[in-house]
Each structure stands twice: as C-alpha cells, then as structure tokens.
Design a protein around this ligand. Sequence first.
Ligand SMILES: Cc1ncc(COP(=O)(O)O)c(C=O)c1O
Length: 379
Amino acid sequence: MTVSAPDIPFFPPTLFEADRPELIGLVREVGLDPEQRFILGRRTTAFEDLLREDLGAADVVACSSGTSALCLVLRAMGIGPGDEVIVPAFGCAPLAAAVAGTGATPVFADIRPDTMTMDPDATERLITERTRAVMPAHMFSVMADMPRFAELTGRHGLHLVEDSAVAQGGVLRGVPAGLWGEAGVYSFVQVKTCGMPGEGGVVVTRDPALGEKVRMLRNHGQQAGQRFVHHAIGLNSRFDEIQAAFQMHRYSGFPARLARRAEIAAYYTERFTPLADRGVVPPPAGQDGRCFYVYAVLARDRQALSAHLAEWGIATHVYYPRPLPAHSAFAPYAPPGARWPRAEQAAHCHLALPVHHLLTDAQVEQVADRVCGFAAGRP
Ligand SMILES: Cc1ncc(COP(=O)(O)O)c(C=O)c1O
C-alpha cells in the first residue's frame, strides 16, 4: 500500500529550501577555512555573542542539543545522588532523563489543565528537605507560570531551571523565555522555532559563574585555551561551526518566522474558542508568555478529530501519548499508587495542528474550517 503525503504536512518538507545556497556555501567556506576548525571556533563564539546581546543574558553557551544543555546546567549546579528535582509529569523524556542522569531523583508534579504546564501548587506540595531544584517546562505554545515558580523557589531557597527548549522567542512580562530561571535552554533541532538542519542547543543564564562552569563542562571539563587540563568531569557537548554560521545567517529572519506562527495561532484560537462546548478546547488566548512552537488543542475525541483531518489531507501529531511516570524508563521514580490525573488527561486529549511559518493563509483557513466542521457535527 502506498501512503500519499498529506496536502498540509505537519512538518514542512521545504523548511530550509530557501537557505540552500547559503548552507552549501557555508559548508564550503568552513571546510576550506585554513583554520580547519569545525567545532567551538570563532563562528560559535559569534553566535553565542549574538544571542547573549539580543537576550540581555549574562552568558550563552552553545552545546550539542537541548537535552545536553539541561544535563550541563544540572551538573553545573552540583545536583547529584540524594537530590530531588521536581519536573512536570507531562512532557518530553529529557526532563526526567536529564535529572536521572545526574544520579538525582526526578519527582513528577501534575500540570494545569488549561496550559498543560507544571502546576505551581502541585509542585510546592512535593518539596521535601531533599529538593534542590524545580524545573518547569514551557509546553507547546504556552510558557509555564514563571512568576509563581520564581517566587516559590526563592521562598524555599531552591534552584530554578527553566526548560525553555521549545520557547525561544517567547517573552513573559518582558522577560525572555530562558531568563526567568537561573538558567534556561533552547533546542535547535529542526522543528523548533529557531531550528536548524542538525542537532544543537544553548544554555542561557543570568549568572556568569554558572555560564563559566557550563562552558567548561561542555568540553570535558577543560577551560577555553587550556587543552588537556581537566578541572571537572564533563561531557562532549560541543557546537558545530557550520551550524553556528548557518544560525547567524538565519537569525535576522527569526522574528518574522515567529510572528507568522503567532498570527496563525491567534487565528486558530479565535476560530476554536467557541468550540469548547463541543469538545475541542484551544490553548488560552493571548500573546504574552506564548511561544508558538506547537499549537495543540485538547479534543474530547482526539482519534476522531485526527482521522477527520487526515481525510481532508491535514496531518496532525500526538507528542506525548502517556505521562512521563507511565513510561517503563521512569516508572522506578513513580511512587507506588501515585496518579497525575491532569497529565493523563492531556496525554489522552492533546492534538497538535500544523502551525509552521510556511503555511499559506488558504491552508491555515482550511485547517480551521475542518476543525470547526468536525466540532459542528458533535453534540
Ligand atoms: C521541552 C523539551 N526539553 C528538552 C528537549 C530536548 O531538546 P533536544 O531535542 O535538542 O535534545 C526538547 C526537545 O524536543 C523539549 O521539547
């Protein structure tokens, strides 16, 4: 059986097509550069500087992925065996894996039903004398309640790590995603708002000392310019020079790409808000604290909505079909009998619709019409 490609794909196949000549040129330029430096060279430094200045951060450290960025931050904070870090029960595997990888225990907090982000009240109830850090994550198109988390961690004397892997470009109350916590991260894997054709990420921080530690840890505990002297056990989490040059080239177009995603999301939300009574609930309306990486509705009958859209050639995506503690990998960290009802509900009901910047107005309208058409036929 041959499966035909959807008319409206979830991931655009031509994501980097417009940049192809530039990318090929950069492969050649870096490849033939007499310096012959393919990682952590002047292009990586320039990209870090660009982000640091743009964000107003104390430091930005480029590394090999968003996952690696989380691991580096936790290690730089000295988190390890015997410690607990509170993470959302609904989200991506690196949230729990990064914590477990340090030897610490991920403790799962339930989420808020409307935003699908970690619930500050549920988080506070889980704080023990072993808790060292709280690590909320921004989810799909909505930033976590960072003012509450900042207040809560300040009051309890805990580290605040912001998993802003999906939220580059998001701003909440004037503070960019990533800078609410002591450290945040961005992922550059292709589908992210500032994605690239390869693996990469950054740590962003307000704390220069933390940035310095992360910088050392990303390259086997060595300080810049001092090779084969290891001050700490680190990782190989270095950044690629071709990708750094490519990100520099593409960065000026980032605000426009983000604005297009925001425009599409606002249109969807306007069209879908009246559907709540018919079993399709959009994310909360608004622009503040939004990131537009993924646009996910909560659908009472997700399977039927997804099948309906597929019939019309519209691809959709289910990101997290079960809460993190329900995976065998993380079950050892789930206290016996514990439940996360809102995370279970979100895992059961969320459905992501295409929201990338290459969608045409006609495609966006088509998606909205088909979702509304589905809901109209529901009780
Ligand atoms: C919330 C969140 N955190 C961390 C990551 C890890 O980023 P990466 O895929 O670059 O390792 C992702 C990636 O999808 C993510 O969605």
